[in-house]
Design a protein around this ligand. Structure first.
Ligand code: LLP
Length: 438
């Protein structure tokens, strides 16, 4: 049960006291698996996949949350997957994805779907070997990838990731468009790049744009027009267009979910105009990461110290930026709630506290704003031994965790139908030194 006036991330009050996650007891989860602990709500992931059912293909940007159990769940929902590295290709295969499309045309007249797409701005030698050996479709973010692939896979079809000259993200660090970004093939280079693809003997079958992560819908909507213009330059070889990812999720009180049906309608209209022009059907893809997993994820931590530094009160918990890096990297806001050790505790009294972790670094603060300024959060009065739950942590959470300060990576648990299943064990001290020699 959650004694909140509204769900986390929704307009209204903040979560205050949380004693369960998707029907599993927070105290039991912490007792069984230790803290810090990542917990995912399977049903929330399914719900977010189904929100996007109008699109021909939902392709999960697995960099957001690449645990095998999460990928397998996505696969069960008919969601395809994006991979940005050999490691992510390996994960997709381990979760049961086929490396390449079945030949032919689907019953719906759409071109076959690539279960895995390798999307990057370079091939390192390992990833070039992997895509060539496995026949994985490639989305090229730099023109140099064209000749490199052609040498290994003559006659391959490719997607071009195009930088439309503008971008947007929740932080300048997550903006992937415009001159300030290294990503994608510059939109004015298309004629030259098409010549290079032709000389190399590769067919451009896909067009993709991704302007940033946590973008607002106004900016995302501009991509549709930009993609349509580039698609007309490429022409009839195209069989798939991708709107990329970037869908925002509400993290702060007062933020709301974006109008996804309006967004789909806009893209569907682009697709239909292009289909008419080309005289064949086009597959319309979307490639979200954050949207599919952010709200499903929670970090359970334990309060280990409560102290005052002058006029400011700090809660120090056993998770740090080694566990969840988004606040130190971007000043990101994550809702928080308390699960008091005393089950009779109420949220009657709240106080403003700064929340920090165990690392030997001043930036190890969860309540910070962009630029590293320490802020405070109103939380129920907490004591050592209480659990603090950091919410909306399912995207870019565990995947960006590190071993800094030689801290083990936390365990991950998936809760489905009220049943909690360990899907990655916590690292041991032996894991931390594996591969090293004295
Ligand atoms: N497609 C491409 C090519 C991408 O580079 C990304 C994210 C996505 C899709 C998914 O974007 P999403 O739907 O999740 O916004 N670490 C940052 C986010 C970095 C995003 C990197 N690329 C964060 O914690 O906010």
């Amino acid at each position: 049960m959650t004694t909140t006036a509204s769900p986390p991330g929704q307009p209204g009050l903040q979560p205050v006291i949380r004693t369960s996650i998707a029907g599993a007891s927070v105290a039991d989860l912490a007792r069984t698996h230790g803290t810090p602990l990542y917990v995912y709500d399977a049903e929330m992931i399914r719900r977010r996949c189904r929100d996007l059912a109008a699109w021909d293909t939902v392709r999960f940007a697995q960099k957001a949350c690449s645990n095998l159990a999460v990928l397998a769940l996505m696969r069960g929902e008919g969601v395809m997957v994006d991979a940005v590295s050999t490691g992510e290709i390996h994960r997709a295969l381990a979760a049961g994805y086929a490396p390449h499309a079945a030949p032919g045309v689907g019953g719906d007249g759409l071109p076959p779907v690539h279960p895995i797409v390798y999307t990057a701005d370079i091939f390192d030698r390992e990833s070039l070997d992997a895509v060539a050996k496995l026949g994985i479709h490639v989305n090229c973010g730099s023109a140099d990838m064209i000749e490199q692939l052609a040498e290994r896979v003559p006659g391959a079809g490719i997607t071009l990731r195009v930088n439309p000259g503008f971008g947007h993200g929740h932080s300048q660090k997550t903006n992937t468009g415009g001159e300030g970004s290294k990503h994608g093939i510059w939109h004015e280079e298309i004629p030259d790049v098409l010549r290079r693809a032709e000389w190399a003997g590769l067919a451009v079958t896909g067009l993709h744009m991704h302007i940033g992560s946590g973008a607002d819908l106004a900016h995302l909507a501009e991509v549709a027009g930009a993609l349509e213009r580039v698609a007309l330059e490429i022409g009839r070889s195209l069989t798939t267009i991708s709107a990329g990812g970037g869908l925002p999720v509400p993290y702060k009180p007062g933020e709301v979910h974006a109008d996804l049906s309006g967004y789909f309608t806009l893209w569907d209209a682009v697709r239909k105009r292009l289909e008419e022009r080309f005289g064949h059907r086009l597959r319309l893809e979307i490639e979200p990461g954050r949207y599919l997993t952010a709200e499903s994820g929670f970090v359970i931590t334990e309060v280990r110290a409560v102290k005052k530094q002058g006029g400011r009160k700090y809660l120090l918990v056993d998770a740090g930026f080694n566990t969840l890096a988004r606040p130190v990297l971007y000043g990101s806001y994550h809702p928080m709630s308390l699960c008091p050790a005393d089950p009779r505790a109420t949220a009657a009294a709240t106080e403003d506290v700064a929340v920090g972790g165990p690392l030997c670094e001043s930036g190890d603060i969860f309540t910070q704003t962009d630029g590293g300024f320490v802020a405070t959060r109103a939380l129920p009065t907490a004591a050592v031994g209480d659990l603090l739950v950091i919410e909306i942590a399912g995207a870019y959470g565990f995947v960006m965790a590190s071993n800094y300060n030689s801290k083990p990576l936390p365990a991950e648990v998936l809760v489905d139908g009220g049943v909690a299943r360990l899907v990655r064990r916590r690292q041991t001290p032996e894991d931390l030194v594996r591969g090293e020699t004295v």
